[in-house]
Design a protein around this ligand. Structure first.
Ligand code: ZN
Length: 364
């Protein structure tokens, strides 16, 4: 979307919140809104740090939390699943908070806010990340492009561009956007190899950085256990090495998931986790993925399909909305304002499952 139009749209939506239109939308809204976050951050990072916007400024999260506490009914993901399974009514304005990947910032920055406002969240951990075997790939690419001394990145890997300029901030930004799009299309079995290739050609790697920036750090197992012990957090599964399961061979997907569940059980003490599909769009999971989850006794899984969830929702395909950056966006998304406005001009159908026109964060 054109940046000017986007800014006008944002201002309009914020005005709707101020004028109480979201309040009207909230009264009409039914079904649960599950939100997806990743890492959190405090202040501006250096260089290209957080170019991906994967890490939300803690002030934005805190303002959203205040809105949730005041206007919404925040429940645990498992509680929502239990209501759906029992066929019971989902309370009006229900919101479920989730964080993907298992960033240490969820513990340092997120938990105090959850405690302050009495909100529950589920954190989906990618266990190879917790084991410090990998960093999340958007962070690895960001670090490589940010820290390389090369002025041009020359690549020789099927599916990646041959050459990218790195001589200015704009060129680095363009390189990151180009690589992000290309990497999402690389076959899963070669994904880690493709990231390593980029790092090798850049001559730097987050994996060999002695002091990675705070935002890139994973939870430790001790932090993960403390979070699980907290009444405000549940730990869920997010695979071991973060592959897109629907694009893996069945053997690779099964082995990766089994490793994840074994580590969560033995090192985290977590027996029956809920689950978040990496990337989570239609095609990133399929019938064979669902069978795998069922075989592994996983009964609740969330996608990144941006819709609300009603009482007929499929528990292995729960929909999830993007990340609100602040209180206004939180209210806009969770009130169902966008489908509500659309509905005013189209029909009298309740706007419970309509899809908003834009996401507020990329899926990972
Ligand atoms: Zn993820």
């Amino acid at each position: 979307m054109n940046p000017l139009i986007r800014n006008i749209a944002r201002t309009g939506l914020a005005a709707c919140s101020v004028l109480g239109v979201t309040s009207l939308a909230r009264r009409k809204q039914s079904g649960a809104c599950i939100l997806m976050y990743h890492g959190l951050t405090k202040g501006q990072g250096r260089g290209m740090e957080n170019h991906s916007r994967l890490h939300l400024d803690i002030n934005g999260f805190r303002k959203s939390a205040a809105v949730f506490a005041k206007h919404y009914h925040v429940i645990a993901l498992q509680e929502l699943a239990d209501l759906i399974e029992a066929g019971e009514k989902i309370p009006d304005n229900t919101v479920v908070l989730t964080f993907d990947d298992g960033y240490a910032s969820n513990y340092h920055l997120g938990l105090p806010v959850l405690e302050e406002f009495g909100l529950h969240a589920t954190i989906f951990a990618s266990t190879a990340f917790i084991e410090r075997e990998i960093f999340q790939w958007p962070d690895r690419i960001e670090y490589a492009v940010d820290h390389t001394s090369e002025k041009r990145l020359l690549l020789d890997f099927e599916g990646l561009p041959k050459e990218l300029g790195l001589s200015s901030r704009n060129e680095k930004s363009h390189a990151l956007i180009t690589l992000d799009a290309a990497l999402k299309l690389i076959p899963q079995e070669r994904h880690l190899e493709s990231i390593s290739h980029i790092e090798e050609r850049a001559g730097v790697s987050l994996l060999s950085e002695p002091n990675p920036a705070d935002i890139y750090q994973p939870l430790t197992w001790e932090q993960l256990r403390k979070l699980e012990a907290s009444e405000f957090v549940s730990i869920g599964a997010h695979t071991h090495t973060h592959p897109i399961l629907g694009k893996c061979t069945p053997e690779f997907a099964r082995k990766d998931m089994e490793t994840c569940l074994e580590l969560l059980k033995t090192k985290g003490g977590i027996e029956t986790p809920t689950f978040a599909y990496p990337n989570g769009k239609i095609g990133d999971f399929n019938a064979s993925t669902e069978k795998l989850l069922t075989d592994l006794s996983i009964k609740v899984a969330v996608t990144t399909e941006m819709k609300f969830n009603d009482t007929n929702a499929n528990l292995l395909r729960l929909n999830r909305m993007g990340t609100p950056n602040n209180g206004y966006q939180a209210d806009t998304i969770c009130s169902g304002l966008i489908p509500f406005i659309k509905n005013l001009f189209t029909s009298n159908t309740p706007p419970t499952t309509s899809k908003p026109k834009r996401a507020y964060a990329r899926s990972k």
